[in-house]
Design a protein around this ligand. Structure first.
Ligand code: PLP
Length: 373
């Protein structure tokens, strides 16, 4: 007996208001479906150059070493960590959510001697705590998450950057849930290494990890005494593929993902970063007002609530999974549940990229009201 073929791919229509992926523009979907060319085809090399130039604009940096790693946001995280860290190097990692915790794991696997600066989920990391840690540890790198998707906390960075640099360390920032939705000022804030993912505020499917390294970070990479622990993510080789001067084959880039990112970045820049940030803020304020009218509070105190990821307290007596199931099955709306110590306590409502719209805010509020009735 032959096994029947599975049905062709035909996903249900969803409104993606969870912690990512976010909604994708039909323009990006069309770019993903364009004819594949070779990874050294002159057309693709031009797309790479243009993508780098657009990434520099979105990251607001002049950094030469700015590119899209083939892999998701976690690959971006590993790229930054494994290239900056050699076994035995000291690293301070700020942990106030799941992704700070992941950075600790990645750093330890790379051989870093990690000191954690911890705060409860939902809080930000105070600059004074970082001052204390760098004074004590004298680290090579300090890692921190700008937008903690697991908790909805928006971390201020400018003061921390000054503290880290005064201590002679490098600042590594996770911008996965901020890039393209909130101001990310790589050069103005003096961030030495940063990574993001394509599936959040850039509104592209998951698959690439935009990264950027400052001249100081590149110097640290060039001065390494040991090989980067990961062959695949070794920037010394990856940069030769992305450099228009060398173009040395390293791996076969996911061509169509890069087409998708190219179009997603074009859309971001067409809208304009400032307008895009304002849109994310406005929709967050509207959502918050609607939730307040329903008696639903945020899990993070003001002014540190992320506009892109709204973590709200589940009302007492409400069945978390049942409500999320109803939203998905009756209204096609995806939101996220809590992670780690926030599991069962919060809902995570994403308003990222294309999904940050008035339409979605109103649809969601109406649907939630019905689900809670
Ligand atoms: N960092 C943050 C803040 C995230 O939100 C995520 C994913 O949600 C990651 C890192 C990891 O990215 P990915 O799941 O694309 O590997």
């Amino acid at each position: 007996m032959t096994t029947p073929l599975p049905a062709p791919i035909c996903p249900p229509r969803r409104i993606l208001m969870g912690p990512g992926p976010s909604e994708i523009s039909p323009r990006v979907l069309a770019a993903l479906g364009a004819q594949t060319v070779g990874h050294l085809d002159p057309y693709f090399l031009q797309v790479m150059d243009e993508t780098q130039a657009m990434l520099r604009q979105v990251f607001r940096t002049e950094n030469q070493m700015t590119l899209a790693v083939s892999g998701t946001g976690s690959a971006g995280m590993e790229t930054c960590v494994v290239n900056l860290i050699e076994p035995g190097d000291k690293m301070v990692v700020c942990v106030n959510g799941v992704f700070g915790g992941r950075m600790v794991d990645v750093a330890e696997r790379a051989g870093a001697v990690v000191t954690k600066v911890e705060r409860p989920f939902g809080e930000i990391i105070p600059a004074a705590a970082i001052q204390e840690a760098v004074d004590k540890v004298k680290p090579k790198v300090v890692g921190i998450v700008h937008a903690e998707t697991s908790t909805g906390a928006w971390q201020p960075l400018e003061e921390i950057s000054k503290i880290v640099h005064a201590a002679g360390a490098l600042l590594l920032v996770d911008c996965v849930t901020s890039l393209g939705g909130l101001p990310v000022e790589i050069d103005a804030w003096g961030i030495d290494a940063a990574y993001s993912g394509t599936q959040k505020c850039l509104s592209c499917p998951p698959g690439l990890g935009p990264v950027t390294f400052s001249a100081r970070a590149v110097e640290a990479i060039d001065k390494r005494k040991t090989k980067v622990q990961s062959w695949y993510l070794d920037m010394a080789m990856v940069r030769n593929y992305w450099s228009s001067q060398s173009r040395v084959y390293h791996h076969t880039a996911p061509i169509n993902m890069n087409f998708g990112l190219h179009e997603a970045l074009r859309i971001v820049l067409e809208e304009g970063l400032e307008k895009r940030f304002a849109r994310h803020q406005e929709n967050h304020v509207a959502l918050k007002a609607g939730l307040a009218a329903m008696g639903i509070d945020y899990a993070v105190a003001e002014p540190h609530q992320l506009p892109t990821l709204n973590a709200v307290k589940i009302p007492a007596g409400c069945d978390d999974k049942a409500v999320r199931g109803l939203l998905l099955n009756e209204f096609g709306i995806e939101i996220g549940g809590g992670l780690g110590s926030m599991a069962g306590k919060v809902w995570r409502i994403g308003l990222m990229g294309d999904a940050s719209s008035r339409r979605n805010v109103l649809l969601f509020l109406g649907a939630l009201e019905r689900c809670l009735a």
